[in-house]
Design a binder for this molecule. Structure first.
Ligand code: NAP
Length: 550
């Protein structure tokens, strides 16, 4: 939906919810998605309630407050784009915003649009059941309270269900233990302590250099190494912020045009269409630039052509070897089981140099697996390690995990989890047949990329559908099985030939710590965001013929 259309959606005072129901719409989650959805649906005049498990707003940026947590997308491409006033009044302080600033930004957003009055905090949703006869949803919170509404929007995020390793003795450790995705609000002091970090994904790669600065001794337990590239963060002063602000229209236009909504976009040349010198110079330039350019702005074939990918991987491996003093440690840090960019590339600030510090040790648990957590630390196949603190940077049950943790039951009492067993399918990543009036922001098979850009589109599309329905007195929406089949077939087609789909990662739905998630699936949409929006726009402009509306 075009931004200009949104003003047309304002409808004046809120009516009472449908007779007998508490609300018109229930939203799960008060992160970037849930807050914007609340804002737009209120403007439609709907009675909305948001349930949020945390004590504050922010979602990802509320929970992931580990040291070093910051954007990997340029700050000025990441914020909400829809409100000129917000763009005018908010100053980003760094090109890649640190978590505390982002949390402040999202709180400012909540304040500006007076969102808190419709958000219940510390309200974790346990179940969401659809009532076939009454055609409404009932949410049951963990405290047992129940809330009803015609429509349900899940805004739970694709990376928000933290997972711990499945190891014996997990609860036995007597020291401090933290998960990066559930980091406490109080300051965690590493000074002089013996700290273990388990995991080397994007969260760990941000946290490790920070922890190493003050820890007495840091031991990093790495299973499979990732290909990491420099973030090149820098502060933004007032003059630069004014210059960025003057370019907002172009920045967001650019994000609308690129494949994954980043400011970076693939170079149209093939890896082998340039000379070796040109190629090296191009990669050197990309490696020295801020952000995801080396991943998202590389030669067009590096993520599909094995030979091209091998060359690029070799380039990044050389960089790692140059930055890590001990060749044996460098070798451990270089991935052998997947090529560059085929898993999500962690962006780092001094990550590799951290392993040159005398107080940092790298343990490859591919060589010496962790066997158990103990009261004083952990045991690998070679012996016991004692720690004061264990940091689990072991990731999330991604994409469907945060939905799986809620007992969501649609028509006929069928569980969403069962609906997706062996067959992940959706309509546009936002709707599922058999689950009337359930709308998902950032559901499986939606466009991800630079997430707020994709969120804004999803939220506006859902608001557009609800506007269409309420304006016509319609109260039930369910995608036709044919529409689900067509979208799912398109998603699968778009995944063909991608090297990333041949690798275990959260992007292929694999998590060794979750039952039933050991087999790779097409878990995410890999086409371009413009193609995605074209599909969704066509459905809306065609009057939602792909949905059964009643
Ligand atoms: P992750 O990428 O899934 O990494 C989890 C790490 O834990 C991996 O190294 C994994 O090893 C390891 N691990 C998992 N289970 C283990 C076990 N049982 N024993 C030993 N090691 C284990 O998770 P994440 O780092 O939290 O990042 C997830 C995603 O969140 C990122 O890819 C990114 O999309 C997003 N994120 C974004 C930002 C940002 O924008 N700034 C920052 C952080 C995260 P294996 O690789 O062998 O499985």
């Amino acid at each position: 939906m075009a931004v200009s259309q949104k003003a047309d959606m304002e409808r004046g005072p809120m009516p009472d919810a449908a007779p007998g129901l508490d609300y018109d719409v229930l939203i799960i989650g008060a992160g970037i998605s849930g807050m914007y959805q609340l804002h737009l649906l209120r403007r439609l005049g709907l009675k909305v309630r948001v349930f949020e498990a945390g004590t504050g707003v922010g979602g990802t940026w509320y929970w992931n407050r580990y040291p070093g947590a910051r954007f990997d997308s340029e700050s000025w491409s990441y914020g909400y784009s829809f409100d000129q006033e917000l763009l005018d009044e908010w100053d980003w302080t760094e090109h890649f915003s640190p978590q505390p600033v982002t949390e402040r930004y999202l709180n400012r957003f909540a304040d500006k649009f007076d969102l808190r009055r419709d958000i219940a905090f510390q309200a974790r949703v346990a179940a969401a059941h659809y009532d076939d006869a009454g055609r409404f949803w009932t949410l049951t919170l963990e405290d047992g309270s129940r809330h009803t509404a015609r429509f349900l929007v899940t805004a739970v995020g694709p990376l928000s269900a933290p997972t711990y390793p499945r190891l014996p003795g997990l609860g036995d450790f007597k020291g401090e233990a933290w998960h990066t995705g559930l980091w406490p609000k109080h300051t965690v002091d590493f000074t002089g302590k013996r700290v273990a970090v388990i995991g080397t994904g994007a969260s760990a790669v941000q946290a490790i250099p920070e922890i190493a600065k003050t820890a007495g001794h840091l031991t990093v337990f790495q299973r499979r190494p990732n290909w990491c590239t420099p973030l090149h963060n820098a502060p933004i002063d007032r003059a630069e912020m004014a210059e960025i602000r003057s370019r907002y229209p172009q920045i967001f236009e650019r994000c609308r045009e690129t494949a994954a909504c980043f400011v970076h976009t693939a170079d149209q040349r093939g890896t082998f269409e340039v000379s070796e010198e040109e190629r090296e110079a191009f990669w050197e330039k990309r490696y020295a630039e801020p952000g995801f350019g080396i991943w998202q702005g590389n030669f067009r074939d590096v993520l599909i052509d094995r030979a091209a990918n091998a060359l690029l991987s070799d380039f990044v491996a050389r960089k790692i070897r140059q930055r890590v003093t001990d060749p044996a440690v460098a070798d451990k840090l270089i991935p052998k089981d997947h090529g560059f960019g085929t898993r999500r590339v962690p962006q780092e600030t001094g990550y590799y140099e951290t392993f040159n510090r005398p107080n940092v040790e790298l343990v490859s648990i591919l060589d010496t697996p962790i066997q158990r957590i103990t009261a004083t630390g952990l045991e690998t196949s070679t012996g016991a390690f004692d720690f004061d603190m264990i940091v689990y940077a072991t990731g999330f049950d991604a994409i469907t995990g945060s939905l799986d943790r809620i007992d969501i039951r649609g028509a006929g009492g069928r569980a969403l989890k069962d609906r997706w067993k062996g067959d992940l399918s959706t309509c546009l990543g936002m709707l599922v047949d058999g689950f009337p009036n359930l709308f998902m922001v950032m559901g499986p098979h939606t466009a991800l990329g630079n997430i707020p850009r994709s969120i804004e589109y999803n939220v506006e599309w859902i608001a557009g559908l609800l506007d269409h329905m309420t304006g016509r007195g319609l109260s039930v929406a369910e995608p036709r099985p044919q529409a689900v089949a067509e979208w799912t077939a398109f998603v699968k087609k778009k995944g063909e030939g991608l090297l990333s789909n041949e690798v275990d990662s959260w992007m292929t739905g694999v998590n060794s710590n979750v039952d039933g998630k050991q087999v790779r699936i097409i878990a995410r949409y890999s086409g371009t965001a413009p193609e995605y929006r074209q599909w969704c726009d066509a459905v809306a402009q065609g009057g939602y013929r792909e949905l059964d509306l009643a």
